[in-house]
Design a protein around this ligand. Structure first.
Ligand code: GDP
Length: 444
């Protein structure tokens, strides 16, 4: 998980002042010293850290904190606000042109995730904003870049404009926009060429594309795993092209977070999106405030709710609730529910979005065993429909067959059956108690 080390250290540090009814200057100094070290260790730009600490200190020693009834908590509020401001403060939304199509130019070094992000962004725009984008393959140098984009287009069932590898990228971009107008696409996303390093030839080409397409957004795609290098790359692209925003990729990886925290402060350009995985639906709008909250262990309930809304079908959820109430919940329902939760993303990431999860006993170092979950899934999948609905028919030979089919053991099958049985008993109890409770209050 990104930010893990930083989050750990910052949380430990702020924990020390949290409950304090009185915060002295010495307390603030000690806290800021530790925050400073934590940020430097996370590879945050040196100057950014210095300014950040200065601001936190000024505010934490100031009236705002000293006069408050809960100074400890007030200090934490200051750290959170400053951290959020550092990453851009408000969420920065994507542009919409007055006259469609809105043109977006994707730029960045090779391997940063530009082509993948082009597909992900189109997917997100269609899903969340109801848009109808067209993709443009203007990276004519990297072998297979065009094919890669075309494959993404097929997966998304979205048109990809290409003129092969012989055409000039400037012509490709120009013709693509004409075509998009003709076909009424409201967004055009141009995947441009990348290089291993920033060089003059690349910048010239990008400037030419910019000139003919007058893009509404120029998104620089950077790999967050590269830390300070990402910040340097951002600075030089911005100098040459005046980018409008940054997309940070691979935030799902083991990054220290330095790039995410420094980029806005160094370039003045907002982070608009964050890539959280290789799959096409793993791009999120970047919310500085929510991210600050996650780093400080305060959870991110809003993102969690959004994820649930995107992945859980409300009608199904209602039916499920009904089944639980009437205790007619079967293995079929269980499997369906597991799959919906799985679609929301890796479980440990979801747990990290819960406020205080890191402080709950046993939660902090909880390694969600995704393997065990897939065993449960495999066991249920190896059951016949009849067995899933009526596990009571399960005998020794059925259990052996299921264990064999799922690559597990009979004892694992037994364990799941027992757990399921207990869960059903509990549901029954809960339903009975709630019925009784309602009766008492005269509601039923
Ligand atoms: P390009 O050269 O900039 O066009 O890079 P690609 O789009 O081909 O991506 C390079 C690699 O990074 C591919 O293997 C992608 O699957 C991977 N990648 C891109 N974005 C992400 C992300 O957000 N998370 C992870 N884990 N991998 C990513």
């Amino acid at each position: 998980m990104a930010f893990e080390g930083l989050a750990d250290r910052l949380q430990k540090t702020i924990q020390k002042v949290k409950g304090k009814g009185k915060v002295t200057e010495a307390d603030v100094k000690e806290m800021t010293r530790e925050v400073r070290l934590a940020l430097l260790e996370a590879d945050v730009n040196f100057k950014v850290v210095k300014d950040f600490i200065k601001r936190v200190k000024e505010r934490a020693i100031g009236q705002e904190v000293m006069d408050s009834l809960t100074p400890g908590q007030q200090v934490i509020k200051v750290v959170k606000e400053e951290l959020s401001d550092l990453m851009g403060g408000e969420q920065s939304k994507i542009a919409v042109a007055n006259k469609p199509p809105t043109v977006i130019m994707m730029v960045g070094l090779q391997g940063a995730g530009k082509t993948t992000t082009t597909g992900k962004l189109a997917n997100l725009l269609r899903k969340k904003n109801n848009r109808n984008p067209m993709l443009v393959a203007a990276d004519v140098y990297r072998p297979a870049a065009i094919n890669q984009l075309e494959t993404l287009g097929k997966q998304l069932d979205m048109p990809v404009f290409s003129l092969g590898t012989e055409a000039n990228p400037v012509d490709i971009a120009k013709q693509a926009i004409d075509k998009a107008k003709e076909e009424h696409h409201d967004y055009v996303i141009i995947d441009t060429a990348g290089r291993l390093h920033v060089d003059e030839q690349l910048m010239d080409e990008l400037q030419n594309i910019k000139e003919v397409t007058t893009p509404d957004e120029i998104f620089l795609v950077v790999d967050s795993m590269t830390g300070q290098d990402a910040v340097n790359v951002a600075e030089s692209f911005d100098e040459q092209l005046d980018i409008s925003g940054v997309v940070l990729t691979k935030l799902d990886g083991d990054t220290r977070g330095g790039a995410a925290i420094s980029i806005k402060a160094v370039t003045g350009k907002p982070i608009k999106y964050a890539g959280m995985g290789e799959k096409l639906d793993e791009l999120e709008a970047f919310h500085p405030e929510r991210m600050a909250s996650r780093i400080l262990g305060m959870g991110d309930v809003l993102s969690l709710i959004e994820k649930a809304q995107d992945n859980v079908d409300e009608k199904q959820a209602k039916e499920l609730e009904e089944k639980m109430r009437s205790a007619s919940f079967t293995f079929e329902d269980f499997l369906e529910q597991m799959q919906q939760v799985k679609n929301m993303g890796p479980l440990d990431e979801l747990i990290n979005m819960m406020p205080g999860a890191n402080k709950m006993k046993g939660m902090k170092n909880l390694q969600v065993d995704e393997k065990q979950i897939s065993h449960v899934e495999a066991i249920i999948q190896s059951m016949t429909k009849k067995e899933r609905i009526d596990p009571g028919i399960m005998n020794a030979s059925r259990k052996r067959r299921i264990a064999k089919g799922s690559g597990t053991s009979v004892s694992e099958v037994n364990r799941l059956l027992k757990q399921f049985d207990e869960m059903k008993k509990m549901m029954k109890q809960m339903t009975n108690t709630s019925k009784k409770g309602k009766k008492k209050k005269g509601l039923m």
